[in-house]
Design a protein around this ligand. Structure first.
Ligand SMILES: Nc1ncnc2c1ncn2[C@@H]1O[C@H](COP(=O)(O)OP(=O)(O)OP(=O)(O)O)[C@@H](O)[C@H]1O
Ligand SMILES: [Mg+2]
Length: 491
């Protein structure tokens, strides 16, 4: 049994994990739940020897242990799958999986055949079709995540701490992981699991602990919990007003897209967005939602068709054109779209608007600082200061910072691609409120989301794409999930 006893962790004088006592039992999946920044990863990292506790202790198999490194914890039988994937890109898949546990052959050399064999076996356990000889850098994010999981499985650990292991996985890969977890449980392995996906918790967990603002709210058997109860524990308030009320849009057309085509991704896509309106682009994966949005934002322009904003025909060749015309976008991939991890939150926010703060060749730093501070307050970005590296913030806070950056340029139309993916329910509610606020202020939002409840509750109208064409335009207030899906399904 692994126990945290009054375990405490501080960062820069701030306590991010208040004294916490919780136990993780063999053969049990223990879900750690909480909003972004609640302290889940911190607790796991202390248990895994990555952080030294500032108070309390870790008890393992009945005695107090002090891990001075992740290696210590591994040797003791505690492995962790990190939320931030940490592969070594220059090594092969097999080398990554067996890192630190390489099978040795003669003369102390690494036994390459045994290494490949072990890697293949572990990948097979996860039902993954990945060639172990490939260089790590050639893998997709999902494959990288699978490899990190395989690596942890290969440690033969008695405790595996899994920090959002499914964030990048497809349904098939998630199911394979769940089957592997069931086998580990049967062997008496203790699993500690965090996720922001509600359905996963109730499929997997035997017990659930909830952290809020660095404090343990409680631990309960999963059978005694339900989603509403869990969310209330996580956010500390009732669920009722998560989705703010929609106000009716105006009748002023802001964006008009007509005949947008880029074969084979999409063709003849036409729709309008009014001021004050939230329009969702719905559809299955691959239906062309992101592609159409990218065309409007100029990331991958359409080959034919027209885009008008405020009645004016635009010729958008790249995002600079789009921004200059009053179109902003927050893309689905937070890292890929120019978050600079080592730079402070504040600077990340003002990054694309630096021109506005220039004094000749110089930057007016005090103007920049006050603008970024104002945005952080406005968007409730939680950080210790504007100079805290953005990489240290939780996913939800990074997303709010990106929204703050996007809106600093004063766009009329804001395109949001999966704005709530991977963030917790509290941060989601804040982003929902923000979207309605934008609409109320006379701007317009084009929303892409794979979560249908979100689409139905936030949007005024839903443009359903099917295989690159508009299959239907629905009034959100009078439609339902089944109808949207019926239009989205390929015939
Ligand atoms: N290395 C660090 N230095 C300074 N502060 C940190 C560090 N790591 C985490 N924090 C802070 O500690 C708090 C808890 O963060 P933690 O990563 O444990 O949250 P979490 O519950 O895992 O959130 P998420 O769901 O977003 O992964 C946050 O306020 C975070 O900014
Ligand atoms: Mg975390």
């Amino acid at each position: 049994m692994l126990r945290a006893l009054e375990l405490r962790k501080d960062f820069g004088g701030l306590t991010v994990l208040h004294p916490t006592t919780v136990e993780f039992r063999p053969g049990e999946v223990h879900a750690l739940m909480g909003e972004n920044g609640a302290g889940k990863s911190t607790l796991m990292k202390v248990l895994a020897g990555l952080y030294r506790p500032d108070g309390g202790c870790v008890e393992w198999r009945g005695s107090q242990v002090v891990f001075t490194s992740p290696h210590d914890a591994l040797v003791a039988g505690i492995a962790m799958i990190h939320q931030e994937l940490m592969p070594i890109p220059g090594l092969s898949v097999a080398e990554n999986i067996t890192l630190g546990t390489e099978p040795s052959g003669r003369f102390g050399r690494i036994d390459r055949n045994a290494q490949l064999l072990r890697a293949s076996e572990l990948l097979r356990e996860l039902e993954a079709d990945i060639d172990p000889t490939l260089p790590m850098r050639s893998l997709t994010v999902a494959q990288t995540q699978v490899v990190e999981i395989a690596k942890a499985l290969g440690r033969q650990a008695d405790v595996i701490l899994m920090d959002e292991p499914t964030a990048a996985l497809s349904d098939h890969e998630v199911n394979a992981l769940f089957r592997a977890i069931a086998r580990l449980k049967a062997c008496g392995v203790a699993i500690v699991y965090t996720t922001h996906k509600m359905n996963e918790v109730f499929r997997l967990a035997d017990r659930i602990s909830v952290l809020r603002d660095g404090r343990l709210v409680g631990t309960a058997a999963a059978s005694e919990m339900n989603p509403a109860k869990l969310i209330t524990m996580m956010v500390g308030r009732e669920l009722a007003d998560i989705f703010p009320l929609r106000q009716p849009p105006t009748d002023k057309v802001l964006l008009e897209v007509s005949g947008l085509t880029r074969e084979p991704s999409y063709r003849d896509v036409s729709f309008q967005v009014h001021r004050g309106e939230v329009v969702a682009l719905a559809g299955l994966m691959g239906a062309g939602r992101t592609e159409v949005a990218s065309a409007i934002y100029g990331m991958q322009p359409a080959l034919s068709g027209q885009i008008r904003l405020k009645g004016k025909l635009l010729s958008i060749r790249d995002p600079q054109d789009a921004l200059a015309s009053g179109i902003g976008m927050v893309t689905e991939d937070r890292k890929g779209q120019g978050l600079i991890p080592a730079l402070g939150v504040g600077q990340n926010i003002t990054l694309s608007a630096l021109r506005d703060f220039s004094l000749g060749p110089l930057i007016d730093q005090s103007a920049e600082a006050s603008a970024s501070k104002a945005q952080m307050v406005e968007f409730a970005v939680k950080a210790s200061s504007p100079t805290q590296p953005i990489s240290q913030l939780s996913g939800g806070n990074q997303q709010k910072a990106l929204l703050a950056r996007c809106l600093l340029g004063g766009p009329d139309l804001i395109i949001l691609d999966e704005p709530t993916r991977g963030i917790d329910i509290g941060a989601k509610a804040e982003i929902y409120a923000l979207i309605q606020k934008l609409a109320r202020s006379g701007k317009a939002v084009l929303l892409i989301s794979s979560e249908l409840p979100e689409v139905l509750s936030l949007a005024h109208r839903i443009v359903v794409l099917r295989r690159g064409s508009v299959a239907a335009t629905l009034d959100a207030a009078t439609t339902d999930q089944e109808t949207v899906l019926r239009h989205a399904m390929p015939l």
